[in-house]
Design a protein around this ligand. Structure first.
Ligand code: 7TS
Length: 417
């Protein structure tokens, strides 16, 4: 049985809303996804029944809250097939996960002159944390280029590898181009040179099956809010031998074994990296979101979203002067585009009036925009609750805006350099 999007939409109350009197067409799923009722209800249920701080009390509620939090860790472990739940560190999102790794990894594994390889298509959160460590520690960042159609090629990464390379950090799926990178091959390449690899899975965890043991990645980061879970919680997966080797990032309660004013020893994994009260409500709700996806079936989600991508690509390309940025045959359900003569921001504002939510701008990937020679794009990104009718409304909306615009005095194309 394929996905029944009409039935699924009933699980997402927000989608039934009207915006400016028009039915909401939510096409900003790469920014954040909407939440199913089961996730919303789990949050309410925890606060209504078992709320207590975790790992601290002997009392019943604390025990139940701790159980819920640790159960969620196991749910994440099984979802990405990690070897142990000790390898699942709860953070507050992808950005936090990468900051943790950049701090802990660079300070323990890098000396001045060592190199980190990233790519041109990284989100700022996989650029800036490395730059901060670069400036403190005197390491260097090497950037793999992208090809014309928005792909990364293995040989371009291999060319950057040297005896000083300490880590390769790249995104699985580009949040702008939609490109699905050949991460398995890149991880193998890294390992041929004994270089560990971090995968930023912020844009893949909700679309593609990920098995960290088969992939053999050393680290992987993602955010709950992009996989139908709540905001404020995310995950850093790390191979146990790596997590044992690198020092804690934040310090405080929970991450210690013993504290005296002279000396402190740190807690075991995963708690060594989880200072302070964790977001046990968020982790539990993330677990619920994963259960929701597993019930639908990631393979069905993938097939459905591929159909949407294909349909949207074909329909959008029928619009005169519309150009899609990112044309790799290996794409996830993200389409960046612009229409010649219309600034993406203007287009986005006018589409908003029609109830259509999509994103405009540089999408936190300014170096990619520079490489492409543009300032920004419009971006439509799809989830399994979107339909072909949503895409039809988008296409009609764009045509309407083009018509209004060409009736007014035509703009130059400020988005193009
Ligand atoms: N990495 C990638 C590839 C992303 O797309 C994002 C967020 C992040 C990291 C950071 O995730 P966060 O949850 O820590 O913020 N991307 C987007 C986007 O494309 N539009 O809004 C947020």
């Amino acid at each position: 049985m394929e996905l029944n999007s009409e039935q699924i939409r009933k699980d997402f109350p927000i989608l039934a809303q009207k915006v400016f009197g028009k039915p909401l067409i939510y096409l900003d799923n790469a920014a954040t996804t909407q939440k199913p009722l089961s996730v919303i209800r789990r949050i309410e249920e925890i606060y209504s029944t078992i709320n207590a701080n975790v790992h601290r009390g002997v009392h019943r509620l604390s025990h139940l809250a701790t159980e819920s939090h640790e159960e969620a860790r196991k749910t994440v472990q099984h979802y990405i097939n990690a070897a142990s739940s000790n390898e699942i560190i709860f953070t507050n999102g992808t950005t936090d996960s990468i900051n943790l790794l950049a701090y802990s990894f660079c300070r323990s594994q890098c000396k001045p002159g060592d190199e980190i390889i990233i790519t041109t298509m990284e989100h700022h959160s996989n650029i800036v944390p490395w730059q901060i460590q670069r400036d403190i520690l005197g390491i260097e960042i090497k950037v793999a280029p992208i090809r014309e159609n928005g792909e990364i090629h293995l040989e371009d990464i291999e060319e950057l590898i040297s005896s000083k390379t300490r880590l390769i950090a790249l995104t699985h799926v580009s949040n702008v181009l939609g490109t699905i990178n050949p991460v398995a091959e890149i991880i193998r390449l890294g390992h041929n040179y004994n270089i560990p690899v971090l995968i930023d899975a912020a844009q893949s965890i909700q679309h593609l099956p990920i098995d960290v043991q088969t992939l053999d990645c050393d680290f992987l980061a993602f955010s709950s809010h992009k996989i139908y879970g709540p905001t404020g919680i995310g995950v850093l997966y790390g191979k146990e031998q790596w997590l044992e080797k690198i020092p804690p990032y934040r310090a405080g309660g929970e991450m210690i074994a013993h504290v005296s004013f002279e000396k402190t020893t740190f807690n075991e994994l995963p708690y060594k990296f989880e200072a302070g009260t964790p977001d046990y409500v968020g982790s539990s709700a993330l677990g619920e979101a994963i259960r929701y996806i597993e019930n639908l079936g990631l393979d069905k989600i993938r097939r459905y979203e591929e159909q949407l991508l294909q349909y949207a690509t074909e329909r959008l390309l029928q619009i005169e002067d519309l150009q899609i940025i990112g044309t790799s045959p290996h794409k996830s359900s993200v389409i960046s585009f612009f229409v010649k003569g219309i600034h993406p921001y203007d287009m986005g504002m006018l589409l908003d009036q029609l109830g259509i939510a999509l994103r405009t701008g540089h999408h936190c990937a300014q170096p990619l925009m520079d490489a492409l020679g543009i300032e920004g794009t419009l971006r439509a990104s799809f989830a399994f609750y979107n339909t072909e009718e949503d895409i039809d409304v988008l296409v009609e909306g764009i045509k309407k805006v083009v018509k209004i615009r060409s009736a007014a005095s035509p703009l130059p194309t400020p988005s193009l350099r």
